[in-house]
Unconditional design. Structure first.
Length: 118
């Protein structure tokens, strides 16, 4: 049973920073891709950032240059550094991990709330 546990969410003022962490219950080498999605109120869940085992990253256009995804294999942890936060970044952020030949298997964390407000 794979467990992904997120931490680091909270309330921050516009222009501020937060770092989200996602720690897996076992080695993250098994996952082809790990990353972060978010879901704002009354909106669909969207991909924010992903990173492959080889270190290739992908970002939502609106967060490019502000967010950075990284992984520490020794700590079984993926991070999302969020800088220059905007009110429109407010959402529940979910950690995701994919494994399998075609990334058939998806695992999700429980979500962590990020609120950007003055």
């Amino acid at each position: 049973q794979v467990q992904l546990v997120e931490s680091g969410g909270g309330l921050v003022q516009p222009g501020g920073s937060l770092r989200l962490s996602c720690t897996a219950s076992g080695s993250i080498y098994r996952f082809n891709v790990m990353g972060w999605y978010r879901q704002a109120l009354e909106k669909e869940r969207e991909l924010v950032a992903t990173i492959t085992t080889g270190g290739t990253t992908q970002y939502l256009d609106s967060v490019k240059g502000r967010f950075t995804v990284s992984r520490d294999n020794a700590k079984n942890t993926v991070y999302l550094q969020m800088n220059s936060l905007k009110p429109e970044d407010t959402a529940v952020y979910y950690c995701n991990a994919k494994e399998g030949y075609n990334n058939d298997y998806n695992y999700w964390g429980q979500g962590t709330q990020v609120t950007v407000s003055s």
